[in-house]
Design a binder for this molecule. Structure first.
Ligand code: OFO
Length: 169
């Protein structure tokens, strides 16, 4: 049986991953409105990936007998000052997710919930990748500014992203 504090934090993280999925669809919609369809597709794929993160945590809690509750999602930010601002919002969100994963990991270690710390190892590594990806793309969008040519080039590259894979559980 899961430790209560750890269960509460894992449950909050499931809801937070669902919010990330929601936020990234909102950013996809912003890019679609600018006809930057490559970046819109990239964020759609990332939205699915966040939903998969929620599902991975859900399945872990289920196996450990934790009670999962799904709450109401807040409306995500919908308007951005520029492509760079949209990337910055996503990058900041990823940093927030990293801090939350660290917090759950610390609570799990303190409660000697070693099954949870082992599972969270995957998320720790994922967040290193995520922050790196979002930071690099934020910097690129910042450098592109409102230069149509550079934005289109970035858009073409990101549009080649493969669909998000399902996480096996
Ligand atoms: Fe699940 O936080 Fe991004 O990936």
């Amino acid at each position: 049986m899961l430790n209560d504090t750890v269960a509460e934090k894992l449950n909050a993280q499931i809801n937070s991953e669902l919010f990330a999925s929601h936020l990234y669809m909102s950013i996809a919609a912003y890019f679609a409105s600018l006809d930057l369809t490559g970046m819109a597709k990239w964020f759609q794929a990332h939205s699915i990936e966040e939903h998969e993160h929620a599902r991975k945590l859900f399945n872990f809690m289920e196996k450990r007998g934790g009670r999962i509750t799904i709450g109401k999602l807040d409306a995500p930010k919908a308007e951005f000052d520029s492509p760079a601002d949209a990337w910055k919002t996503a990058y900041e969100h990823e940093k927030h997710v990293t801090a939350a994963i660290h917090d759950i990991f610390s609570a799990a270690a303190e409660a000697r919930e070693y099954g949870t710390t082992a599972m969270l190892q995957w998320f720790l590594e994922e967040q290193v990748e995520e922050e790196d990806t979002f930071r690099r793309n934020y910097k690129l969008a910042l450098a592109a500014g409102d230069d149509e040519w550079n934005l289109q080039d970035m858009d073409d590259r990101l549009g080649q992203r493969a669909p998000a894979p399902m996480i096996e559980e």
